[in-house]
Design a protein around this ligand. Structure first.
Ligand code: ZN
Length: 161
């Protein structure tokens, strides 16, 4: 571990403890060169999250797919790329905090829709219509009402499919 003060490489661990139940280890280190102390956090690499698609197949979670979907929905809308990155990160965080190993693509789609709803109405409707695969306007309006009233929708397409 490189010392953040003098950039020396040698250090010794003076204290080591698990700081929570999520496999994070906090280590207090002392630089052998300048003797200043610093702290590192070690985390066990987590199991990669997988997305369960509508047909039951599993694919690795890919934040890029969320971003692409958002960009498509926000095409020519007054929404910056930076905002879309932030939305993507919020969705990603929410997904990883809620699910350990697998998440259905429609839950991810729901999270994205929640974000879009408050971000841009046009983008929201665009995303919803693609994501829910509506056959006609009535089906779309019915779903829109359901979503706006905060209830779960019916069978839906995967946002990542
Ligand atoms: Zn040092």
């Amino acid at each position: 571990m490189r010392c953040p003060f003098c950039k020396a490489i040698e250090d010794k661990v003076i204290d080591s403890r698990a700081c929570n139940d999520q496999g994070v280890i906090r280590r207090r280190r002392e630089c052998l060169d300048c003797t200043r102390r610093f702290t590192t956090y070690e985390r066990i690499e987590e199991m990669p999250l997988r997305v369960v698609k509508k047909d039951g197949s599993r694919v690795p979670f890919d934040r890029q797919k969320i971003l692409s979907g958002l960009m498509l929905a926000c095409h020519k809308r007054p929404v910056s790329t930076e905002t879309l990155e932030e939305v993507t990160s919020r969705v990603e965080t929410k997904v990883s905090e809620t699910f350990d190993s697998e998440v259905s693509s429609r839950i991810i789609g729901d999270f994205v829709m929640e974000e879009l709803r408050s971000l841009d109405q046009v983008a929201y409707v665009r995303f919803a219509s693609v994501y829910r695969e509506f056959k006609d306007v009535n089906a779309f309006m019915a779903e829109l009402k359901r979503v706006l009233s905060g209830k779960e929708g019916g069978d839906a397409a995967g946002a990542q499919s």
